[in-house]
Write a protein that binds this ligand. Structure first.
Ligand code: NAP
Ligand code: MG
Length: 403
């Protein structure tokens, strides 16, 4: 074999839990280490290590991404009651993704991986649709209450100077005959601006059109603010760059956007308000075939990138693996998390050979599937005539053969 491909700056490598932790080690052993002189700063975000360090390890990993710029993360368990018991945790630690996102302040872009023979439920979709979800505010930070008959719900804004005369009081509803419910939501200009910039940067980065939609015909102040901020940032900071590379920014109403998405052939970024993004990302992932074919990248306004698979730790497969069973778990999104990070590192450091390797690895994986060799999740939805189901490790060896 010829000499291994060299790296300069390390990638922040974050190991994880369960089946994806097993896959993580195999991907490195079979597809990366034989070809690349892999340089990483390793952080074990597996739940045992999070417990041992009282979750400091997650913070250290996020700080390291700030230092080096690019990270790749394995799926991790977000503890709930059952996990506290299973792992003997002293605390119900927060989701590592949440902790990392809070430190890097970014936007998550989720994009499906398209392979020959895996036909989307919407057959017109020929190119990926990337969803960007604004992960702040709206109903996710709401204040809500039950109301009894006779109650009055008001929206009150108290100015910083506390002067009573400046208080703003708007009637939401007077519950005269029937009780009901009331809810208060908010967002901040700073968060919307940072979301708009992240989307526009990513559009330029990946040379894709950007779509954004709200319901500003109904919500004339709240949703209108999103629309105006996006428009202002686009006109003042991005218009010329978009024109230079031939991409467009397109605003429409959310219901119109949904209809257009279905009719489209894909190939753009769809920026969504928090709730729309929550709902639509699940629809897009399912419609493209499999959650196991979704990649996810967190892009921070300061230019840090964190790549991962969109799926979880595939717990059921892990238990089967522990019992000595052979699993057929899909490693594609995990592999693409690595290639995404390698390509970004290659771009930043000017390493053509590393970039070419990442591209070849993606092609090898896609041709493996295109030639009919795939894991169970894809086997069940593939339209290929001579398709064959293989186990987790065999898929990796098959991809290596084609590399
Ligand atoms: P999951 O790991 O995404 O798996 C749910 C089901 O989807 C699996 O049982 C499997 O279905 C299918 N699936 C997902 N990924 C697959 C793959 N790569 N190959 C084949 N099938 C795949 O979600 P979960 O079981 O709800 O969550 C397990 C753990 O993951 C939880 O502790 C959660 O906290 C964590 N999680 C982490 C992240 C993250 O780190 N980003 C994201 C989500 C969840 P079948 O069983 O039918 O084969
Ligand atoms: Mg959701």
């Amino acid at each position: 074999m010829s000499e291994k491909i060299k790296m300069q700056v390390p990638i922040v490598e974050m190991d994880g839990d369960e089946m994806t932790r097993i896959i993580w080690a195999w991907v490195k052993e079979i597809l990366l280490l034989p070809f690349v002189d892999l340089k990483t700063e390793y952080f074990d975000l597996g739940l045992k290590e999070r417990e041992r360090t009282k979750d400091r390890i997650t913070i250290l990993a996020a700080e390291a991404i700030k230092e080096y710029g690019v990270g790749v993360k394995c799926a991790t368990i977000t503890p709930n009651e059952e996990r506290v018991e299973e792992y003997g945790l002293t605390e119900m630690y927060k989701s590592p993704n949440g902790t990392i996102r809070a430190i890097l302040d970014g936007t998550v872009f989720r994009a499906p991986i398209l392979a020959n023979g895996i036909v989307p439920y919407i057959p017109g979709w020929k190119k990926p649709i990337t969803i960007a979800r604004h992960a702040y505010g709206d109903i996710y930070k709401n204040v809500e209450s039950l109301a009894s008959a006779g109650d009055k719900a008001e929206l009150v804004l108290t100015p910083a100077d506390g002067a009573d005369g400046n208080e703003k009081r708007l009637l939401i509803h007077s519950f005269e005959k029937s009780g009901g419910i009331a809810q208060g939501v908010h967002n901040t200009d700073a968060s919307i601006e940072s979301f708009a910039r992240a989307c526009m940067n990513y559009a330029v980065d990946t040379r894709q059109d950007l779509w954004f939609a709200t319901k500003d015909t109904i919500s004339k102040t709240y949703d209108r603010r999103f629309r105006d901020i996006f428009e202002k940032i686009f006109n003042e900071e991005y218009k010329a760059r978009f024109e230079d590379i031939g991409i467009t920014y397109f605003y429409t109403l959310i219901d119109d956007a949904v209809a257009r998405v279905i009719r489209s052939d894909g190939g753009y970024i769809w920026a969504c308000k928090n709730y729309d993004g929550d709902v639509m990302s699940d629809m897009i992932a399912t419609a493209f075939g499999s959650l196991a074919m979704m990649t996810s990248v967190l892009v921070s306004p300061s230019g840090y990138y964190e790549y991962e698979a969109a799926h979880g730790t595939v717990q059921k497969h892990y238990y089967k693996h522990l019992e000595g069973g052979v699993t057929s778990t899909n490693s594609v999104a995990t592999i693409f998390a690595w290639t995404g990070a390698l390509k970004k590192r290659a771009d930043l450091d000017g390493l053509a050979a590393l970039s070419a390797f990442a591209e070849k690895l993606e092609n090898a994986v896609l041709s493996t599937i295109g030639e009919g060799v795939m894991t169970g999740d894809l086997y069940s939805i593939s339209a290929l005539a001579g398709k064959k189901q293989v186990d987790t490790k065999t898929f990796l060896y098959e991809a290596a053969k084609r590399l």
